[in-house]
Design a protein around this ligand. Sequence first.
Ligand SMILES: NC(=O)c1ccc[n+]([C@@H]2O[C@H](COP(=O)([O-])OP(=O)(O)OC[C@H]3O[C@@H](n4cnc5c(N)ncnc54)[C@H](O)[C@@H]3O)[C@@H](O)[C@H]2O)c1
Length: 374
Amino acid sequence: MRVGIIGCGNISETYFECQNLFNNFKIVACSDINFELAKKTAEKYNVKVLSVDDILSSQEVDLIVNLTIPSAHKEIIIKSLNADKHCFSEKPLAMSFSEGIEISELSNLKKLYVGCAPDTFLGAAGQKARSLIEENKIGDVVLGTFNLMSHGMEHWHPNPDFFFKPGAGPVFDVGVYYITQLVNLIGPIKLISSLSGTATTERIITSEPRNGEKIKVETPTTLMGILEFYNNAKIQFFCSWDVWKHKHSTIELYGLEGSLIVPDPNFFSGDILISHKEEDWQIINNDKMLLGIPNKTDNDGNKIANYRGIGLSDMIDAIHNQRQARCSLDLAVHVLEVMDGIIKSSTDRNIYNVKTKPNQPHFLDDSEIINLKK
Ligand SMILES: NC(=O)c1ccc[n+]([C@@H]2O[C@H](COP(=O)([O-])OP(=O)(O)OC[C@H]3O[C@@H](n4cnc5c(N)ncnc54)[C@H](O)[C@@H]3O)[C@@H](O)[C@H]2O)c1
């Protein structure tokens, strides 16, 4: 498929590079409201530069990849569908559950696919953890925790404003990886109870080039609470950008027969820890699995697995084979409703009952990965 990218910011490099990993799409054009940036990006990757309107109406583009900021996601997805194009969007799908419903209705009406990041749950760690749970290695999962805590994003991103506005914050921006991973591992969520806090109402940028500029915080920077899943598991969560240092692990699941620690779902690989009853932890390394083999070097010089783009490639394969994509719209709308529900429950001080109930995404096996990889 011929792909057009809208949004040429920080993450666009990852998408331009991922066309070298998968065999069923080619990026042919890009655009951005910042036309100079789009022009520079187009020159770098040898693609056409177009205005946003022109990329949407282009006969040479079949599918839009939406890499704009969260507040523009819905608008770009709706415009793509109205231009008769499929759309794969960066997360979060939109700013609220009601926006997600609007997208879903138009996608059904137009019979066009909308997919959404994150796709990291399709990586080695997520798929290995899924198989351990399905093989009943820790028994039925009854309890768990997930923790994501740091001191925000203003120290690394060149334009960190959007992180502190509605549609971002620690749940919409990072919690989305954890919630999606948990739905992959144990199925959909039924109800939510949460509380929120904001430690400081102003953030000072310490990254370049805007070092010293201030950002007004307009969404909670801490959310804590409990999710109850349809399988009755209760998962406690702590999502915060108000914490300098901590020693919690990312995702811990407790089953009737044992416990499982799943690595950071923002990444494709990482060690899994598993224990049976009171026995010692065993380490499961996933670096030899197809979507766990290190293929990139991170900013600290560590070799990591980064296969972002597998969700897009899987969606294109789903379009060709008329099946549901793994990073499906149903999954994205559910995760969006849960994130919105976490904010609502904390504002209303009530339990939020989740209305959507997607299928667990299908397991991704090696033969399918080999079929998609270049
Ligand atoms: N940066 C990362 O490491 C990262 C990782 C995973 C996901 N994401 C997600 O990807 C998305 C983009 O993040 P980013 O870090 O690249 O942001 P960014 O601010 O660096 O880039 C966003 C780009 O979108 C453009 N844009 C905004 N509104 C637009 C509109 N209406 N039409 C056309 N262009 C528009 C902006 O001009 C900008 O160039 C976000 O949703 C973010 O959550 C980012």
